[in-house]
Design a protein around this ligand. Structure first.
Ligand SMILES: Nc1nc2c(ncn2[C@@H]2O[C@H](COP(=O)(O)OP(=O)(O)O)[C@@H](O)[C@H]2O)c(=O)[nH]1
Ligand SMILES: [Mg+2]
Length: 396
């Protein structure tokens, strides 16, 4: 489950990415830290159950900070898209590869209107940031459409003559994009196309691409550079129908995380305030800068960076954190670590799904599960809730 950071050049993608992936405590002991230049771990927060259970946790695949579990999510800083990029202006394969890994997209928009359609700097407010919202959706949809359209006749005829489902043929054409059969079926259900796929027009295929993307790559808009944006533009962006939009200032988030890492300030990402450490020794200009940031936090509640990642994870992807343990009394694993791991699972996941996530053998030998909170024994089809602590009992 990765989050792709997308947008045209110069809107602040890399700043957002650097800020979101800069952790106070090194995330070095994660089992999956080796990541390419444009991939790194950010995290989402969730209350750690250790306080409620009155134990001290020893996290393994995550971190615990003052009772808050930091659960890793991978972020991808996707190459900048410009209008017409799908017609093949260089970064095609890399873009599609990133898109395959992304389960949701964080679309960074320059809400201050100081970058034009191609990403060149213009006077503040000169470019209408709302245009970018449509441009990106269109650009990605054209991309997917062109994959569908390439040899469509033949594929459609094959499906028609063998009586095969067209959804399966579509899924096959899009295998490189990390889209599930279910998502294709669901998307196609919302369309009203003729039952002769061979006759589908380019426009029809565009609708197919659009519907599939809506289903499989949901988007949250980070209205970035909100520090320089007019309140009117922010309002227009936030008011967009059917879009999740958060005002955001990546530059401030990066400054705050750097200062916190250097122990100059106390700041928890996502928080609405911070405190300056006495010994930090900021000069007047730096102090002024920090007060400007504080005013922004006060107005918007946070810099918006951390909330973007959390909304993408919890609201767009509808994932819930679940803690598997081997011993439901001590909440330990085999090695005696307390509440070691937390997994993000889709809402509606069952005890068996959790077992499969931990290890295929655990799913194969599944006997029952125990809810560590209630001590209730539950079956394989028991639906999990966010924050559940679950022991899986399996044949070995
Ligand atoms: N005022 C302001 N500038 C920002 C913000 N985020 C990024 N920038 C600036 O925008 C420019 C482009 O940022 P960058 O992250 O390289 O954009 P990318 O091309 O989308 O990766 C840089 O000069 C950043 O310092 C922000 O939140 N506010
Ligand atoms: Mg960049």
């Amino acid at each position: 489950m990765d989050l792709g950071i997308v947008g045209k050049p110069n809107v602040g993608k890399s700043t957002f990415f650097s800020a979101a992936t800069l952790a106070k405590a090194e995330i070095a002991n994660y089992p999956f830290t080796t990541i390419e230049a444009n991939k790194a771990m950010g995290y989402v927060r969730f209350p750690c159950p250790h306080e409620e259970f009155g134990v001290q946790c020893t996290p393994n695949n995550s971190l615990c900070e003052d009772g808050t579990r930091l659960i890793p999510v991978e972020l991808i800083d996707v190459a900048g898209l410009v209008p017409g990029a799908h017609t093949g202006k260089g970064l095609g394969n890399r873009f599609l590869d990133d898109l395959r890994h992304a389960s949701a997209l964080i679309h960074i928009v320059d809400a201050s209107g100081s970058t034009d359609a191609e990403g060149n700097t213009v006077k503040e407010g000169e470019y209408d940031p709302l245009k970018d919202v449509e441009f990106l959706k269109e650009e990605v949809a054209y991309w997917v459409q062109s994959i569908l359209a390439n040899g469509w006749e033949k594929a459609a005829r094959a499906a028609e003559t063998t009586g095969g489902r067209i959804e399966l043929a579509i899924h096959e054409r899009l295998t490189g994009l990390g889209i599930s059969e279910n998502q294709v079926f669901h998307a196609m259900h919302s369309l009203d196309l003729s039952d002769k796929p061979r006759s589908w027009t380019a426009q029809d295929l565009y609708s197919v691409a659009e519907a599939i993307l809506q289903e499989s790559k949901p988007i949250i808009i980070a209205a970035n550079k909100a520090d320089k944006a007019s309140s009117e533009n922010l309002k227009r962006l936030i008011g967009l129908k059917d879009m999740l939009v958060l005002p955001c200032c990546s530059e401030y988030e990066l400054a705050l995380r750097r200062a916190a890492k250097g122990k100059m300030i106390d700041y928890v990402p996502g928080a609405g305030d911070f405190t300056i450490n006495e010994e930090a020794g900021f000069n007047k200009a730096q102090e002024h800068g920090l007060e400007t940031i504080r005013a922004f936090l006060k107005e918007h509640g946070s810099t918006g960076v951390q909330p973007c990642i959390e909304k993408a994870t919890y609201d767009l992807l509808k994932l819930i954190p679940v803690y598997p343990v081997e011993d439901d009394t001590h909440l330990t694993d085999k090695e005696g670590r307390v509440l070691p791991d937390v997994h993000l699972l889709p809402q509606g996941s069952t005890a068996l799904d959790l077992a499969a996530k931990v290890h295929t053998d655990l799913a194969k030998g599944f006997i029952r599960a125990i809810d560590a909170r209630t001590k209730r024994i539950v079956g394989h089809d028991h639906e999990l809730k966010a924050g559940d602590v679950i022991r899986i009992v399996a044949k070995t």
